[in-house]
Ligand binder design. Structure first.
Ligand code: UD1
Ligand code: UDP
Length: 373
């Protein structure tokens, strides 16, 4: 069997190695196609190195651009590779423009598409990711929702064939790397941070960083925190802060350390030892419940409602009073802190990668992937 894996951004580079490894264990070497949607060393190569994914077969160098420009460029370049290589299945993961481009290019060539992390819904069509999720799910032949809740979202949209609940490969990634992170990373020492003595922040979503008003709300929150905080900043956020003339103001916030985006081992160690995580990231919401760190999500909706229902995550939005109410409660109320920190992980047992590879191999018959439709 010849699987092709299309990826291009930080979260995909982190969440796909468990699938690659599972195929390799079976003696199969998937074709690796990197679109180059993320290209800075800190957004791509650092992860390829740490997660040993350096043998990329095709690097498409798509880069940044408007939604259509980026998606269109990626589609054109992916199509050429798929036509040359004729894989049996194209695997994509998540909800980025790379994912939609990979799925559309593949399905139109009648090469089956398998979508890892299918069925997530924020029900907010203003997010480019929501459009990507819905369209990719409907273009896919095999769907791997991480949870029952995600599977039900697919069912409500009439997608019931070839749907397999597998857990999320982020659990595999965290389990495979958190010990290594504890041993190898020196990030706490480098930044002079004490375990459980700081808040870890990430925020990069378009809805939070593309408007000056929302960026100012975020800054207002960071200015009022009662614990030291560390913010490894996504280049999108840095660029927007500079464009709006807000960069200097961020630099002046007392007890806020802003760093470049961090490698996975440093970030995992920082996350595991944080008192509180504050984020708008999807993957970071997942990881914090896996690592038993309370998560405050700087958004008004989430496509990961399982984390809220389990009690490990709260949608605090961007209103300072509400955010600070939760931060202070977590610092002052030990019982409340423990309840959030001990929320059960809803994303599975860390064997999602193996399940995905084994299901796809089981569908391979007579020289091709046999999918019901
Ligand atoms: C994309 C995903 C988002 C995901 C995020 C992961 C889409 C629509 N969005 O958002 O769902 O959470 O990746 O991090 O696909 N930039 C750099 N260097 C890089 C990459 C980006 O400077 O290596 C800057 C550029 O100014 C670029 C901007 O960041 O225009 C946005 O990058 P883009 O890939 O369009 O989207 P993300 O915000 O990264
Ligand atoms: N991450 C990282 N370094 C950072 C910030 C995040 O390694 O400086 C990891 C994080 O551990 C998680 C993933 O990046 O696994 C999340 O990616 P991101 O927030 O960019 O995208 P999203 O999950 O929101 O799509």
């Amino acid at each position: 069997m010849k699987p092709a894996i299309v990826f291009g951004t930080r979260p995909e580079i982190i969440k796909l190695p468990p699938v690659v490894r599972a195929f390799e264990k079976e003696g199969i070497r998937p074709l690796l196609i990197h679109t180059g949607q993320h290209y800075d060393y800190e957004m791509s190569n650092v992860f390829l190195e740490e997660l040993e994914l350096q043998r990329i077969d095709y690097h498409l160098e798509v880069g940044s651009g408007s939604q259509a420009e980026q998606t269109g460029k990626a589609m054109i370049k992916i199509e050429r590779v798929l036509m040359d290589e004729k894989p049996d299945v194209t695997i994509v993961q998540g909800d980025t423009n790379t994912v939609l481009a990979g799925a559309l290019a593949s399905v139109k060539l009648r090469i089956p598409v398998a979508h890892v992390e299918a069925g997530l819904r924020s029900f907010d069509r203003t997010m480019p990711e929501e459009i990507n999720r819905v369209l990719t799910d409907h273009a896919s032949d095999v769907l791997f929702p991480p949870t029952e809740e995600a599977r039900r979202n697919l069912e409500r949209e009439g997608i019931t064939e070839n749907v397999y609940v597998t857990g999320n490969t982020i659990v595999d990634a965290v389990l495979q790397n958190s010990e290594i992170a504890e041993q190898k990373s020196r990030i706490l020492e480098e930044l002079s941070l004490k375990p459980k003595g700081y808040i870890l922040i990430t925020a990069h979503r378009a809805e939070n960083t593309d408007s000056r008003e929302n960026l100012e709300k975020l800054i207002g929150i960071f200015e009022s925190l009662s614990l030291p905080a560390v913010y490894p900043m996504h280049p999108r956020t840095e660029n927007r802060l500079k464009a709006f003339g807000l960069w200097e103001r961020v630099g002046q916030i007392k007890d806020l350390i802003v760093t470049k985006p961090l490698g996975y081992l440093d970030f995992l160690r920082l996350q595991k030892n944080a008192k509180i995580v504050m984020t708008d990231s999807g993957g970071v919401q997942e990881e914090s419940i896996i690592l038993n760190v309370p998560c405050l999500t700087l958004r008004y909706n989430t496509e990961r409602p399982e984390t809220i229902e389990a009690g490990g995550n709260v949608l605090v939005g961007l209103e300072k009073e509400r955010v600070l109410e939760y931060v202070n409660r977590l610092i002052e109320d030990e019982e409340f802190y423990k309840r959030m920190a001990n929320a059960p992980n809803p994303f599975g047992d860390g064997k999602a990668g193996e399940r995905i590879a084994s299901i796809l191999l089981g569908m391979y018959d007579g020289g091709k992937l046999v999918v019901r439709s």
